[in-house]
Design a protein around this ligand. Structure first.
Ligand code: B12
Length: 463
């Protein structure tokens, strides 16, 4: 039995990413591939990132796999649906996994997928492949985390079990299964650095209500520092990276771990500048110093809102002053500070929006990214506002990020809030550096214009 693992994310279809050009390989699939190979399964990975849907189909026509394992996330749903149709037509068994599949089991099965594996994939996927040697795809009873349909068409959900597997026991991601040079070359030609990604932990135990915990629940497991260093040595020998992207949900949670890691990196004489995600409440001076010594050149923080009321509503468990302090510390130690900002969280009023705009202006992060909140399935936020969600169309015709929430401001208002944030931020930046006066005037005017537009829109609500 031959299985192909793939993900249907095509960079060429992603207009935003084409401007950024910071692609990352599909680590989850590479972990699965390594685990299957260790267990003597005949597996290939088709890395769609630099390909096209027709390229994927040409490959599959030739490879003729018995099974296709598909990673599903928020962005890739439409291509996943097309691929499910291809599988049905060609009598290939489709197995879906990843965050989007884990929360929409019935929908994907009813659309025509054969099997859904929720949560961490290594063990259940192997168990399914073993069972398929004797059973049909309609008889996968008793394998935790697996859902399928019986021959009569009834959905069977075997229930979810959080993995307790020690991460060190998994083999390193099977990067050789794909052409990693394409990623490194893309980074090098666009950013002058050869960035490679890895994870040192899985899962996040914090409780932010909008965040998807569909894969790892609220668990947090770390690899040992020695195991991470071992992987790094291989990466350095094989790929000669100049930079790392540490793709953990929150890299800065465990000071003790960071200290051990830093010591080991020093002993092994490894120094690679890296970027990672942290939390403001996990960035005291000890941690910031450690990060600096380790080579952290940029940290991303979910600042999310300048309104403490909204931060508390999100169950973020971070205060505005912690964010400000961590920003100061990062500045002091020469670490770039990037933040994520969210508008449109339920309960947010105009004054909260203005608090956020002022907060971003005053904080002056080195970079910031904005989103308008959307309720992901399986999150506490989704649960809380279920009856206020507006579905733009049937399940097959929208992505979760297009879901609208009743009784909040309409999208154009958030667009003006985002534009005003940009102008206020830029104006402050320019005035601090004594920069171009004409640009300062331009941003002042644009900011006032945004106020005017926001005022016009403030009485219009969704739904
Ligand atoms: C690092 C990261 C990124 C990085 C790198 C992404 C990449 N291509 O590697 C960047 C910053 C680019 C990114 C971007 C986005 N991300 Co992101 N990201 C993450 C993060 C923090 C870690 C991902 C990771 O590497 N995990 C480690 C690996 C080992 O785990 P894994 O990928 O989940 O794989 C395991 C299981 O899912 C399962 N599995 C996965 N695939 C398959 C397939 C089969 C067949 C089977 C059986 C099992 C299986 O088994 C794997 C091994 O155990 C996760 C949070 C998280 N905890 O996972 C969010 C997360 C995956 N991202 C998310 C989102 C929303 C996005 C964006 C859509 C954001 C946006 N721009 O709007 C984009 C999409 C990018 C894309 N190319 O598709 C959401 C997904 C929610 C959803 N329902 O889809 C998550 C869960 C964050 C969250 N908590 O809300 N992301």
């Amino acid at each position: 039995m031959k299985i192909v693992l793939t993900h249907t994310y095509f960079l060429e279809e992603d207009e935003n990413e084409k401007l950024i050009m910071k692609p990352h390989p599909p680590l989850g699939l590479l972990y699965l591939s390594a685990h299957l190979k260790r267990n003597k399964v005949d597996v290939d990975v088709y890395d769609a990132t630099f390909a096209s849907f027709s390229g994927l189909i040409d490959y599959l026509d030739q490879a003729e796999p018995d099974i296709i394992g598909i990673h599903c996330n928020l962005l890739t749903k439409y291509n996943v649906l097309k691929l499910i149709c291809y599988c049905q037509k060609n009598e290939i068994t489709s197995i879906l996994g990843g965050p989007d599949a884990s929360t929409q089991i019935d929908e994907y099965l009813n659309f025509g997928a054969d099997i859904i594996i929720s949560g961490e994939g290594e063990e259940p996927l192997l168990a399914v492949l073993k069972t398929l040697q004797t059973n049909t795809k309609n008889e996968l009873f008793d394998i935790p985390n697996v859902s399928f349909k019986t021959i009569e068409g009834t959905i069977v959900n075997n229930g979810l079990q959080a993995s307790r597997h020690r991460l060190d026991d998994y083999p390193f991601p099977d990067r050789r299964a794909i052409n990693l040079d394409k990623y490194l070359d893309t980074w090098e030609s666009h950013h002058g650095q050869r960035t490679i990604s890895l994870i040192t932990a899985r899962g996040c135990a914090f409780t932010c209500k909008w965040c998807s915990h569909s894969v790892y629940g609220f668990t947090h497991r770390r690899r040992t520092p020695a195991n991470v260093v071992q992987e790094l040595k291989i990466l350095i020998a094989e790929y000669n990276p100049t930079h790392l992207w540490i793709a953990d949900d929150v890299f800065t949670v465990n000071t003790h771990w960071l200290r051990k890691f830093q010591k080991l990196m020093q002993e092994e004489n490894i120094y690679l500048p890296f970027e990672c995600i942290g939390r403001a409440d996990r960035l005291d001076e000890d941690i910031v110093m450690l990060l600096k010594e380790l080579g952290c050149y940029r940290i991303w923080i979910g600042a999310e809102s300048g309104s403490q009321k909204i931060l508390d509503a999100m169950s973020r468990k971070v205060s505005k002053s912690q964010i400000t302090q961590s920003r100061q510390l990062c500045k002091q130690y020469g670490i770039e500070y990037g933040i994520f900002v969210m508008f449109g969280y339920p309960g947010e009023e105009l004054e909260d929006i203005y608090d956020t705009i002022e907060f971003v202006r005053d904080l002056q992060p080195d970079q910031y990214l904005t989103t308008v909140a959307y309720p992901l399935r399986g999150t506490k936020l989704f649960e809380e506002i279920q009856d206020q969600i507006i579905y733009p169309s049937g399940w097959t015709d929208h992505l979760q990020r297009e879901l609208e929430i009743k009784n909040r401001f309409i999208r154009p208002l958030y667009s003006y809030a985002i534009k005003k944030t940009a102008s206020e931020y830029r104006k402050r930046q320019l005035s601090r550096s004594n920069g171009n006066k004409i640009k300062q005037v331009y941003h002042s005017l644009r900011s006032v214009y945004c106020d005017y537009r926001i005022k016009q829109l403030v009485n219009v609500r969704t739904g």
